[in-house]
Ligand binder design. Structure first.
Ligand SMILES: [Zn+2]
Length: 337
């Protein structure tokens, strides 16, 4: 906080001592920070899934690379162990292809050698896969919960583990699915770890356009991308600028994390706009409301140091519990007819 003068600072200090600091109303703070609501999840499993996906064995989960396919199989197997239903015909993986041409091809999947350049490089078509499970609700209206399992892969011999980005969202999708199993929600809940976010959000774009339960039935996307660490103990719920009616369920969460709104207003000069920064973009483009949960960038963002060791385990577990509360709240709040 920037303070204009010593006198104002002194006044503020007196003022703050005079009231409970938890009661401070920041302009875009959504919840009043409290002890967390009792949400029962398998915390050890959540952390272990994050650790596994971010381990070197998955080679940074680069789009269309062996480590990425391995991640898809791992997630599908988790869904299978939970005996979750799937809206996909054969198993949990929704395959799609993407063709890269010219400069984009050379940037994403370079062909080395002097004789190849942006103009003459041949097209390449690669196969991706979203991993999808579901819990049938009382209604056909759907809330889609997403995180992306791909990351940057191996670059210049270094593994980019992508623990926060976005093994954190991916392991959260699995944990949230497990939490809602057997709970008979009002909405049908679809759990999707999407592919190729880092390569242009192709996985989520494909999912929305080819939504197995009908795109018109989706009432909300909850997207999680980077939810496992923040020095200020803050998590952002981005999207209210576009969908202000989604605010009330967020204000009811009981959490030790400060839930903030913002990063969605194109006119805001202070906070950069995250409206198009992750897979919720694919839903927003189709006018489907979204809430995106994420933290502000940190020093390990898109670096090979975004590893499990740098995750704040306590923050992460609490963030997942907070997001579960919002899914419960939206399931009650949003109409199913
Ligand atoms: Zn990401």
């Amino acid at each position: 906080m920037k303070v204009k003068s010593f006198f104002f600072a002194a006044f503020l200090t007196v003022f703050l001592i005079g009231c409970n600091s938890n009661e401070q109303k920041k302009a875009n703070q959504l919840n009043s920070v409290s002890s967390s609501k009792k949400i029962k999840i398998d915390e050890a499993k959540l952390l272990n899934n994050l650790k596994t996906l971010a381990s070197d064995a998955f080679e940074g989960r680069g789009f269309s690379k062996p480590g990425n396919y391995k991640a898809q199989q791992f997630i599908a197997n988790e869904f299978k162990k939970l005996e979750l239903a799937t809206p996909i015909e054969n198993g949990y993986i929704q395959e799609f292809t993407t063709t890269y041409k010219g400069a984009r091809r050379q940037r994403m999947f370079p062909v080395k050698g002097k004789e190849r350049n942006d103009i003459n490089v041949p097209d390449t078509t690669v196969v991706g896969g979203n991993v999808i499970s579901m819990i049938k609700g009382k209604s056909d209206k759907v809330i889609v919960i997403t995180g992306h399992h791909d990351h940057l892969g191996i670059r210049n011999g270094k593994i980019y583990n992508g623990a926060d980005d976005d093994a954190s969202g991916t392991a959260a999708v699995i944990a949230i699915a497990e939490y809602f199993k057997g709970k008979n929600p009002n909405h049908t809940l679809v759990f999707a770890t999407v592919d190729a976010e880092e390569a242009g959000m192709n996985g989520s774009a494909y999912l929305v356009k080819n939504f197995p339960l009908g795109k018109e039935n989706i009432v909300l996307n909850i997207n999680m991308d980077m939810i496992s660490r923040n020095d200020k103990n803050e998590l952002y719920a981005c999207g209210l600028f576009h969908y202000p009616k989604l605010k009330a369920p967020l204000t009811k969460v009981k959490s030790s994390i400060t839930l903030m709104s913002g990063h969605d207003d194109p006119n805001d000069k202070k906070l950069d706009n995250w409206t198009n920064s992750s897979d919720h973009r694919s839903f927003h483009k189709e006018k489907i409301p979204f809430i995106y949960f994420g933290v502000e960038d940190h020093k390990d963002y898109h670096k090979d140091t975004d590893t499990f060791e740098n995750v704040d385990q306590e923050f992460y577990v609490e963030a997942v519990k907070l997001i579960i509360q919002t899914v419960e709240n939206y399931d009650t709040y949003l109409k199913t007819n």
